[in-house]
Design a binder for this molecule. Sequence first.
Ligand code: S3P
Length: 173
Amino acid sequence: MIVVLMGYMGSGKSTIGRELATLLGYNFLDLDDFISDKENATISDIFKEKGEIYFRKKETEYLLEVINGFDNIVLALGGGTPCYGNNLSVLSDNSNVVSFYLKLSIPVLSKRLFVERQRRPLISHLNSEEELLEFIGKHLFERVQYYNKAEHTITADNKSKQDVLEDILMHLI
Ligand code: S3P
């Protein structure tokens, strides 16, 4: 089985994913880290030097490589992964994949992301929390239609990490 976590930047895909993998006895894979390793560059540098279109092309290529090349893993996608090309159908057409949307509210995402926006190229230019809140509101409005195609939605606002993990595990066992 491949357990896929999707959701907006800052929704905890990597943190939750790493712990979920340990609980399941699976390996953890972060698609952004996989891309970074393969391209020998940080995500910010890929955006800066080669542009977003190049990044999205590589993201699709490496998603396929991971889905076809690994099993018994927890895979954290990038926030935009399910929203581009045929990435979503690559996931939903594969019966070995179980997908989860980690859903958080705009204010919670905004608070979390403001302090760590520098390493995220899509939001690093935003200078105030209000600007970020407005940006996320619009961006999430466009993206939620893709996230909602995940098999399961886990509402994570006001929940401890442990509760989120339990919620996910309940769908897997
Ligand atoms: C992106 C999210 C990032 C990374 C890239 C683009 C997005 O991943 O893939 O900066 O389009 O939302 P995280 O969600 O892990 O921050």
